[in-house]
Design a protein around this ligand. Structure first.
Ligand SMILES: [Ca+2]
Ligand SMILES: [Ca+2]
Ligand SMILES: [Ca+2]
Ligand SMILES: [Ca+2]
Length: 260
């Protein structure tokens, strides 16, 4: 099924209120290293960063120093990966159907406008838990919850495992460790932390968002780790989703439970 994006002309008749001066900026980048630095708690953890998949056009990736949605979690900046225009994150929410076709061809099945970031990290000696903070935001909410337009964010260690099946909008990602408090994967159809969440998207252009969550995964101390972060549209290129990411670290922790 294809959708038609309705162009809704919003006539703003209210008394014009001057915009508050921006305290930061959401800046487009295609540099994997810049994105990695924006989200890393300690720059020395990074060995190498590269995009395995980046749509050929548009602005799917940004670094933000603008404070919004509870981010940044650490220092001044955070990263945003999007199935649309990542720099629109801080725009007013004037559309229900924010849609950008970045020209990302079908990937790993039926995913389109996919962004896949690979980070090679070095775990410090004694450090046993990799973690990062994130929040998933979408304009698929709330019109296209429980449909085939199940945009998703996936985090994996070691190798990529996710697949997008055109006949089934569930996310197949056996190695994924990004989950919500109900242990559900992070997608539009994940009902747990996506339910009734327009308030959590406040201050952003999106219509719904998860709470701020922390993905965690046990790692072997002193070893190199290969982290894959993926976001993608499902069903079509429209109604975009974005994940914001920060405070990526590898530290020693007794509990390394994900989804908190
Ligand atoms: Ca919407
Ligand atoms: Ca919106
Ligand atoms: Ca898109
Ligand atoms: Ca979408």
């Amino acid at each position: 099924m294809r959708r038609t994006v309705l162009l809704v002309l919003v006539l703003v008749c209210a008394v014009a209120v001057p915009a508050a001066p921006a305290s930061g900026a959401v800046t487009a980048t295609r540099s994997a290293k810049k994105v990695a630095r924006a989200m890393l708690a300690k720059p020395r953890l990074l060995v190498r960063a590269r995009f395995l998949k980046l749509p050929p056009q548009g602005r799917p990736v940004a670094v933000s120093t603008t404070k919004l949605a509870g981010f940044p979690r650490h220092r001044r900046s955070f990263a945003a990966l999007s199935t649309g225009d990542a720099t629109l994150l801080d725009d007013p929410d004037e559309q229900d159907d924010l849609s950008t076709d970045n020209g990302g061809a079908p990937h790993r099945g039926a995913a389109v406008d996919a962004v896949v970031l690979r980070l090679d990290l070095r775990a410090p000696r004694r450090a046993n838990c990799l973690s990062f903070a994130f929040r998933f935001l979408s304009d698929e909410y709330d019109e296209f919850v429980d449909t085939e337009f199940n945009d998703a964010f996936v985090a994996e260690l070691g190798r990529l495992s996710w697949r997008s099946d055109p006949a089934d909008p569930r996310i197949r990602a056996p190695r994924n460790f990004a989950r919500d408090r109900n242990r559900l994967p992070i997608s539009v159809n994940g009902s747990g932390d996506f339910a009734g969440t327009s308030a959590r998207a406040g201050g952003t252009t999106y219509d719904g968002a998860t709470r701020t969550l922390r993905a965690r995964k046990r790692v072997r101390p002193g070893r190199r780790q290969r982290l894959y972060l993926s976001i993608f549209d499902q069903g079509d290129h429209q109604y975009d989703s974005t994940v914001v990411l920060d405070r990526l670290t590898i530290e020693r922790r007794r509990s390394c439970r994900t989804g908190r």
